[in-house]
Write a protein that binds this ligand. Structure first.
Ligand SMILES: C[S@@+](CC[C@H](N)C(=O)[O-])C[C@H]1O[C@@H](n2cnc3c(N)ncnc32)[C@H](O)[C@@H]1O
Length: 239
């Protein structure tokens, strides 16, 4: 359904949906993923071990869960956290723990398709569950490429569709029926979670996303499926 929206319409819709669930986003994330999302974020951030210092961009940062993991795993790292939904950033900023990480995470409201940051300036760029929401995926990927330093790394964590014949029907039922009902009840916005299911169904095949990453300029692109392929980790290097 959302795929038929024009880029500006999709942006407005996505921004409104995330704004409406911003207060419950973290709770629902943990609940609905049975906290497996923590493991996915941990796996993502571990792939930036070679850059323990300096700046990383967390794009579509939302309530900052990945920014927190990025700064937890590397005490010398600083994170520019960009999202176009101010309510999501504010919910995250309010909940930041009172430890050293607070001073190393810099939330900024901005669009991932016209990133408000200089060229060649970040060692890493992470995007967790954000690429699927972009209106113009290739444009966003080109921007991620632009802001990375040469040899910098892009890490995209995104939902994919499991192909295992036992897991697939269970997951599809969960995603289309259970999740919107439960999340709708808690957040008060069932449409936001119907959008989650339909956007996962409409998203690119892994091979298509890898091809777009190459087209955006990334080298050595690869994919690591996690948890039966419910999510995938996409990796690209800026040469
Ligand atoms: C599912 S949330 C993910 C938040 C966080 N990264 C996480 O790991 O939970 C997706 C976020 O992408 C943001 N987003 C979607 N399109 C965007 C765009 N074009 N520019 C900036 N942020 C965008 C939304 O506002 C939302 O906060």
């Amino acid at each position: 359904m959302e795929n038929t929206k024009l880029p500006d319409e999709k942006k407005k819709f996505v921004k409104e949906k995330f704004s409406s669930i911003s207060g419950q986003y973290d709770l629902l994330n943990s609940l609905l993923s049975l906290q497996i999302d923590r493991y996915w974020r941990w796996r993502t951030v571990r792939l930036l071990r070679e850059f323990p210092e300096g700046w990383v961009m967390d794009l579509c940062a939302g309530t900052l869960p990945l920014s927190l993991e990025l700064t937890r795993q590397a005490p010398q790292r600083q994170v520019l956290a960009i999202d176009f939904c101010e309510d999501m950033l504010q919910a995250g900023a309010k909940a930041l723990p009172n430890d050293g990480r607070r001073g190393r995470i810099f939330p900024v409201c901005g669009d991932g398709e016209i990133i408000p940051a200089p060229t060649n300036s970040f060692w890493g760029c992470t995007v967790a569950f954000g690429v699927r929401n972009l209106s113009q995926t290739l444009q966003g990927l080109k921007e991620m490429h632009r802001i990375l330093r040469p040899s910098g790394k892009l890490l995209i964590l995104e939902f994919s569709r499991p192909t295992n014949p036992i897991i697939k029907p269970i997951y599809t039922f969960y995603l289309n029926r259970i999740l919107p009902a439960v999340a709708g009840l808690i957040s008060g916005d069932k449409e936001a979670y119907q959008y989650l299911a339909s956007s996962i169904a409409a998203f690119y095949e892994p091979e298509e996303l890898l091809a777009m990453m190459r087209e955006a300029g990334f080298s050595s692109v690869s994919r690591v499926p996690l948890t039966f392929g419910i999510v995938s980790l996409y990796i690209g290097i800026k040469k």
